[in-house]
Design a protein around this ligand. Structure first.
Ligand SMILES: Cc1cc2nc3c(=O)[nH]c(=O)nc-3n(C[C@H](O)[C@H](O)[C@H](O)COP(=O)(O)O)c2cc1C
Length: 261
């Protein structure tokens, strides 16, 4: 019980460490204080800001400047037209960010011989673009969340998205970036692993099971706080099932297309 109270307390007190001399640095504080938003108002984002966010994606770094990404954009109405439902969490706009080797393959067939590496790089590049857009949105006062599962609009719904977005071979929908005006100004940070679990000097240093267990306890408590009628274990079981399905679909559809060129 004492351990649970301690964990609960830690969830609400944990904050990123920002040295005093950097506290006025807006970009640093924006990056460290960014949190995912899961409730948006009915307000919209203006087109100019939305274009700027997309420009940040376009100018993200990518391995060998291959820009292996595509951004499929939606307003509220467009999302409803395509998916027959509102944007998740009542977002104002959404961008389905795809890892895209389709374009390059037309020009550079040599990339077809290494589908695993090409695909891995394209997913990594798409992630960088997603984060550039996410941070730019934060700088403009626009909140966002990246989603892999939104009940039929993320990577975990590969076949569904492939069909609805008419994705050609070589295009994987990595994440849906939902953007909008936040309904709630307070946002707690899901528990981070301790610094020594992820930052290692000179060589790999495994994290103890006890430390991992302590972090996972905090994850469970935080989840219960956000979703009192659910629990993390059932959510993980749900994810696991969706991931198995998605893995099967991706292997069957995506890699078959890759093999057939
Ligand atoms: C690729 C990716 C996929 C995600 N998918 C989901 C999702 O399907 N549902 C959800 O509620 N949050 C999703 N998230 C948000 C994470 O849960 C969140 O980033 C993490 O808990 C850390 O919290 P923070 O972003 O508020 O710092 C996703 C984040 C990323 C980067």
């Amino acid at each position: 019980m004492l351990r649970q109270i301690k964990s609960f307390f830690k969830i609400f007190t944990q904050k990123p460490y920002i040295p005093d001399k950097q506290k006025a640095n807006e970009l640093v504080t924006t990056i460290l204080n960014r949190r995912s938003c899961r409730s948006f108002t009915d307000g919209d984002i203006n087109d100019e800001d939305f274009s700027l966010i997309l420009e940040a994606g376009r100018f993200a770094p990518s391995a060998a400047n291959m820009q292996t990404w595509s951004f499929i954009t939606f307003t509220r109405n467009e999302w409803r037209e395509v998916f027959d439902r509102p944007i998740p969490f009542n977002g104002a706009r959404a961008i389905v960010i795809c890892a895209d080797t389709h374009r390059n393959k037309q020009l550079l067939p040599e990339f077809s011989h290494t589908p695993l590496i090409s695909t891995t790089f394209s997913i990594f590049n798409a992630g960088l673009a997603a984060m550039n857009m996410n941070i730019t949105a934060e700088c403009l006062g626009i909140k966002s969340i990246m989603l892999s599962d939104t009940g039929l609009t993320g990577l975990l719904d590969f076949s569904f998205l492939k069909e609805h977005l008419e994705l050609p071979g070589g295009v994987i929908p990595v994440t849906t970036l939902v953007l909008g005006i936040s309904r709630d100004s307070s946002s707690i940070s899901p528990p981070r692993l301790k610094k020594n679990a992820v930052v290692m000097s000179k060589c790999y240093q495994p994290c103890s099971r006890e430390e991992l267990g302590e972090w996972f306890d905090r994850m469970k408590i935080g989840f219960k706080f956000l979703y009192p009628f659910s629990d993390l274990s059932s959510k993980l079981t749900y994810y696991q099932e969706k991931m198995s399905e998605a893995e099967k679909e991706i292997k069957e559809v995506f890699f078959k297309e890759e093999r057939n060129g």
